[in-house]
Design a protein around this ligand. Structure first.
Ligand SMILES: [Cu+2]
Length: 110
């Protein structure tokens, strides 16, 4: 099987996770608000094992979906609805809204 750019990215984002989780004593919780078709904050520093709760304050449906397949995806959130994802990667994960793809933000995990 040829090594594609996607498989290289997947390998680099996944490999350090076990070691990072083993050395981290306590996970932190973070929140991202989705309001006026934007993620607030637009960039956030996290660590493996942390959780991030996304809450949609808009009337429109939104998602928070990693640009790289399978890293995380809240699914569609209605107004007032939240979804929590657990950080299972290191590096920077760009994400976007599947319904409004111009909505973009990132999580950086170290
Ligand atoms: Cu949206």
């Amino acid at each position: 099987m040829p090594i594609t750019r996607r498989s290289l990215l997947t390998a680099s984002i996944a490999a350090p996770l076990a070691a990072a989780l083993a050395t981290r004593a306590r996970a932190a919780t973070h929140t991202v608000m989705i309001r006026n078709f934007a993620y607030i904050p637009a960039s956030l520093n996290v660590a493996p094992g942390d959780t991030v709760t996304f809450t949609n304050a808009d009337r429109a449906l939104h998602t928070a979906t990693s640009s790289q397949d399978g890293v995380f995806d809240t699914g569609r959130l209605r107004q007032g609805q939240s979804a929590t994802v657990t950080i299972g990667f290191t590096g920077t994960a760009q994400y976007f809204c599947k319904i409004h793809p111009r909505m973009r933000a990132s999580l950086t995990s170290a």
